[in-house]
Design a protein around this ligand. Structure first.
Ligand code: SAH
Ligand code: SF4
Ligand code: F3S
Length: 471
């Protein structure tokens, strides 16, 4: 069922948060410094920018380190068990710190908190956590923190997805001035059998395209050179709202705003339309890079994963993309050790990886998530089998990356400079249009600029080059 309007929260609700921010800033005794610790995907990274934006309006400044902060907030991820364990490990580590600095406040939010039963678990098992909330009420953070500080009580508020809405006009603090994330939709409807995300992020909710365009124009005026559009499945953008632009139409409209580089993630292969491929081919500012998670190479497993495409469907999409955007770089996500995966199934993943020739791939060992369909399936794969398979897959992809990267050598590329290079202070690092890191000689004054660079050699995950000086 389509809704007639985007699911925006009432402006009054956001105004209340602004009031809470002002009131907090004026409290005589309150935390002065903050630290936001982020786990998980770009969605979470962007949520953390919103948390930081709110904290700054509440009068806090960023702490030098986690140990020094008066207020530490963990924005958690639960997509795989190791992500969750890492987050919890760090939260518990703060318990010790808090014994020494009892005035320190600790908060936990994000996807892990949104899992069923987590609220009670925090109250019971983590008495040193002062504040916990979920993904659907992130916008209420100012009020929640104000209540926690004023009442000197612990506050836990986790809302069900029926209360999820789209918050507009929250403050955002971006660590990087020349790049920006823009969320275009929230949630996911796909329920891939292994995945917890739809349970913790709710159903798809698209923002109004007029809002997105407004935001893009504002960012352009602030000097932003690159935007990254975010959604769990951007290809189904707009489908939930009557009369809304499709993703391809949105992208075409954004292309007209005049920001140098536009990227987006993530694309679900089942919804990758010809219309979108055409826009990618003709738009001036849409980068020739696509993250197109395939997850697996075996049809039997893809069906069990509920991905709703076959290996053949996927390969046909790749072919169509390469026909229209010849220089495109493709990246993907792969899962090994999904329940019932045989040696032959795994070999099909390997052969698909060879066939496509990805520039790079994120490889994951399947991690059972409570409440998902796959977690209850028979035939879970033993750890040693998965770990042998993933090693093999990583080695294979490394080889392919090397072959793919060789094609850049000798070419002139425009690089958006991001930061000083990690290894060499006389070098800077940036991204080419295909989103591959390029290191070259230069100083920090180049940060935020797009400069021509000739690629001279390729490393395992980065390229090296030299700056071309034009007269
Ligand atoms: N919406 C995006 C991805 C979100 S999660 C998409 O559809 O591609 C990012 C990646 O984590 C997924 O692509 C998948 O490869 C991996 N992942 C998700 N659940 C997982 C699980 N239970 N075990 C291992 N990897 C998982
Ligand atoms: Fe998870 Fe699938 Fe949704 Fe991606 S599309 S978030 S993998 S359920
Ligand atoms: Fe993790 Fe939530 Fe993203 S579970 S991957 S942070 S949507």
């Amino acid at each position: 069922m389509k809704r007639t309007e985007p699911l925006e929260l009432p402006a009054l609700e956001i105004e209340r948060q602004r009031e809470a921010m002002r009131a907090f800033a004026e409290l005589p005794e309150r935390p002065q410094t903050y630290c936001v610790v982020t786990y998980g995907c770009q969605m979470n990274a962007h949520d953390s920018e919103t948390l930081a934006g709110m904290l700054r309006e509440m009068g806090l400044s960023e702490a030098q380190s986690r140990e020094d902060a008066d207020f530490v907030i963990f924005n958690t991820c639960c997509v795989r068990d190791n992500a969750q364990r890492r987050a919890l490990g760090n939260v518990v580590w703060l318990k010790e710190l808090k014994k020494r600095r009892p005035q320190m406040m600790v908060a936990v939010c994000g996807c892990m908190m949104q899992q069923s039963g987590m609220g009670e678990q925090v109250l019971r098992q983590y008495p040193f956590v002062d504040l916990a909330f979920g993904t659907h009420n992130l916008y209420r953070f100012p009020q929640l923190l104000l209540t926690a500080v004023q009442s000197r009580r612990r506050v836990v508020e986790i809302l069900g997805e029926e209360e999820a809405g789209i918050p507009e006009d929250l403050p955002v603090y971006r660590a990087c001035p020349h790049r920006a994330y823009i969320t275009i939709m929230y949630g996911c409807n796909n329920f891939c059998s292994y995945c917890i995300v739809p349970y913790v992020r709710g159903r798809e909710r698209s923002r109004a395209s007029a809002r997105i365009l407004e935001e893009a124009k504002r960012l352009r005026d602030e000097g932003v050179k690159e935007i990254m559009l975010l959604g769990q499945n951007v290809n189904s953008y707009g489908l939930d709202v009557e009369g809304e632009r499709s993703f391809a139409q949105l992208l075409a409209a954004l292309d007209g705003v005049g920001i140098d580089r536009i990227r987006f993630m993530t694309s679900h292969p089942k919804d990758l339309s010809d219309e979108l491929i055409d826009v990618m081919a003709t738009a001036k500012h849409v980068c020739p890079a696509l993250h197109l998670p395939v997850q697996h190479g075996s049809d039997r497993i893809l069906r069990s994963m509920n991905r709703r495409y076959t290996r053949e469907d996927y390969l046909r999409r790749v072919e169509a993309l390469r026909a229209k955007v010849p220089d495109i770089s493709l990246t993907t996500d792969l899962i090994v050790g999904y329940p019932g995966e045989t040696e032959e199934d795994f070999e099909e993943t390997c052969s698909l990886v060879r066939q496509v020739g990805y520039d790079s791939a994120f490889t994951f060992v399947y991690s059972p998530r409570v409440g998902t369909r796959a977690a209850a399936m028979p035939d879970q794969i033993p750890e040693e089998v998965s770990s042998r398979r993933i090693q093999k897959l990583i080695a294979l992809q490394k080889e392919i990356t090397r072959e793919r990267f060789a094609r850049y050598i000798g070419r002139e590329q425009l690089v958006l400079v991001d930061e000083p290079s990690r290894r060499d202070e006389n070098q800077v690092a940036g991204k080419n249009p295909q989103n591959i890191t390029v290191n070259f000689g230069g100083d920090c004054s180049l940060i935020g600029q797009i400069v021509p660079v000739r690629v001279t050699s390729a490393g395992e995950s980065t390229l090296r080059g030299e700056r071309l000086l034009r007269k």
